[in-house]
Write a protein that binds this ligand. Structure first.
Ligand code: FAD
Length: 521
């Protein structure tokens, strides 16, 4: 027996109480669910939600399948250690195979946009020029993409941080950058009347962050899109060489299977993020004539560089992120940016700390005096995402080509902290280095080695594993997001970015997903 769950099932009262019409495992009454649709979308994050809205408003019957849970904003606890468990992929413990790179991704309705830091940048023009030159993406010019950037920015209330949104830690950094004569600017964020709680990474309880959960997904639902949480797509289906739908499993929170689902649709949009999208394509043995699926993983490996100031900074007070330094963004000046970063106590323990035991306790006792900087570098696409038996494997080591850029970013962060008045800068390395003066910087940083486990890195921005390009022999999809090999199969998430883009990628993903959906017939 099969059933098609519709928007009018018994859970509508629950939807009114929680805000968004989402089918959950607890709603399922049948072990086998079969659905016919015009488009099935895998994942409800940046790429999936935008695709859902754009296609639903054009009149397509859209079904969105999301592996993660639906967590309404009212249930966000503002406690990061709990949010890792409820909102993040692998409870926040997803790493590369050597364990020195934490790969953070959201895994809930709304995806990473629910937990992200709200920072918004357009794709830099020099990056688009690389894509035009190296991947034949001649249609992806700044002129072509600007209307898409403008539209998504308007939809998501993107604006410069106002002066009241520049917290204490950012003011120190801004003053330090001015002392050094470095270019420093307010960050743009997709937020309406920020409540200045600093809890962005745990989800925005007051729904001021304009994540997909409170924007494009409700808009898609209003146009008839059906959203299923707790529903992991296991396989993409084809018929006569064309995409024909997906198989999925609906799972209760305790891990028991609620139902098996088949969605039949002539268009499949994969937007499961840059780790899960290639894994699904590989498992389905589809779209990989080029051999590039899962290759070219880049991730902006970030260092969180904390420093102790003489006066209390309270890094957890005020907006999470206030200003950034773009002095070194051009490739000939280093190819990196520095963002000042607020931090709660748990996040501070994930950055750098001088040792365990007593030194760790001493570091944490000084938590209110700590300010932080986040480094973002333009890393090369040297990683791979693949299956190792039944387990996923993310192979990524910072390449020797990128290590100098990482060192330059680290030196700049240390210099900026000192110029901002910091007394001690903690290098996020395994051997607990502390910079106390300008004279320490070169010695401490030049002697770092590019070895596994030497630097403690975090990626908030996995990208590149199903790259776009015109050549079917070295790219996975065209600039319209469609697979070179399988008509009707599209990728519309951060996987398609052919190179890393230095800056935070959400606006790039929203713009490309909008364009892909508008071109779909
Ligand atoms: C902590 C954090 C902070 C960040 N801060 C910023 C920031 O300030 N600015 C910025 O620009 N970017 C930021 N980002 C990155 C940004 O949010 C992502 O680049 C963007 O959301 C990527 O979009 P996506 O569609 O590729 O994937 P996601 O938004 O991650 O969505 C993918 C979704 O697919 C689901 N999924 C996976 N596998 C399956 C499957 N098999 N079946 C069904 N569903 C599946 C996942 O559960 C997830 O919900 C941050 C990310 C994190 C994690």
């Amino acid at each position: 027996m099969s059933e098609t769950i519709t928007a009018t099932t018994a859970s509508s009262a629950k939807w009114q109480a929680t805000g968004l019409a989402v089918h959950q495992a607890s709603d399922v009454t049948d072990k086998n669910i079969e659905i016919q649709a015009d488009v099935v979308i895998v994942g409800s994050g940046a790429g999936g939600a935008v695709s859902a809205y754009e296609l639903a408003r054009r009149g397509f019957k859209v079904v969105v399948l999301e592996a993660g849970a639906y967590v309404p904003s009212k249930d966000f606890t503002e406690r990061f250690s709990e949010s890792l468990g409820t909102l993040y992929q692998d409870h926040g413990a997803q790493t590369n195979s050597s364990g020195d790179l934490l790969v953070l991704q959201g895994a809930c309705v709304g995806g990473s946009t629910v937990v992200n830091g709200c920072v918004c940048f357009r794709t830099p023009d020099f990056i688009l020029q690389d894509w035009q030159r190296d991947f034949g993406l001649s249609d992806l010019t700044t002129a072509e993409l600007t209307p898409y950037f403008e539209e998504v920015e308007k939809n998501l209330s993107v604006d410069d941080n106002g002066e009241h949104e520049i917290p204490n830690h950012s003011r120190l950094i801004r003053a330090g950058a001015n002392r050094l004569g470095w270019s420093v600017k307010p960050l743009k964020r997709n937020i309406r009347q920020c409540g200045l709680t600093g809890h962005c990474l745990s989800g925005c309880k007051t729904e001021r962050k304009q994540s997909m959960l409170v924007t494009y997904l409700p808009w898609a639902a209003a146009h008839g899109a059906q959203i299923y949480a707790d529903t992991r797509v296991d396989k993409i289906l084809t018929e006569n060489g064309k995409a024909s739908g997906v198989n999925a499993t609906v799972t209760h929170r305790d891990g028991t299977v609620a139902a098996r689902m088949t969605v039949t649709a002539p268009r499949v949009v994969v937007a499961a993020g840059a780790v899960q999208t290639p894994l699904l394509m590989l498992k389905s043995a589809l779209g990989n004539r080029s051999g590039q699926v899962g290759k070219n993983f880049a991730c902006h490996p970030s260092l969180y560089v904390p420093a102790r100031y003489p006066e209390p900074v309270y890094p957890w007070r005020g907006a999470l992120l206030g200003v950034y330094v773009d002095e070194f963004m051009p490739l000939d000046k280093g190819g990196f940016i520095l963002e000042d970063g607020g931090s709660g106590l748990v996040e501070l323990t994930m950055g750098a700390e001088p040792g365990t035991g007593k030194p760790f306790m001493a570091y944490m006792e000084k938590a209110k005096y700590l300010g932080g900087l986040v480094t973002l570098i333009h890393d090369h696409n040297v990683g791979t995402v693949e299956w190792d038996g039944e387990r996923k494997k993310i192979d990524y080591q910072l390449s020797d080509m990128d290590f100098p850029s990482m060192q330059r970013a680290l030196k700049a962060a240390a210099r900026l902290h000192l110029a901002s008045g910091a007394e001690e800068v903690y290098v996020p390395a395994s051997d607990h280095r502390v910079i106390r003066s300008e004279a320490d910087i070169d010695t401490m940083v030049d002697s770092l080695e590019n070895q596994p486990q030497h630097l403690r890195m975090v990626s908030y921005h996995p990208q590149g594993t199903c790259r776009m390009g015109v050549d079917p022999d070295n790219s996975v999809v065209g600039s319209d997001g469609q697979s070179h090999d399988v008509p009707g199969l599209y990728v519309a998430d951060a996987s398609v970015l052919p190179t890393s883009i230095i800056v935070n990628p959400q606006i790039t993903v929203y713009a490309l997903a909008t364009r892909i959906a508008r071109q779909m017939s």
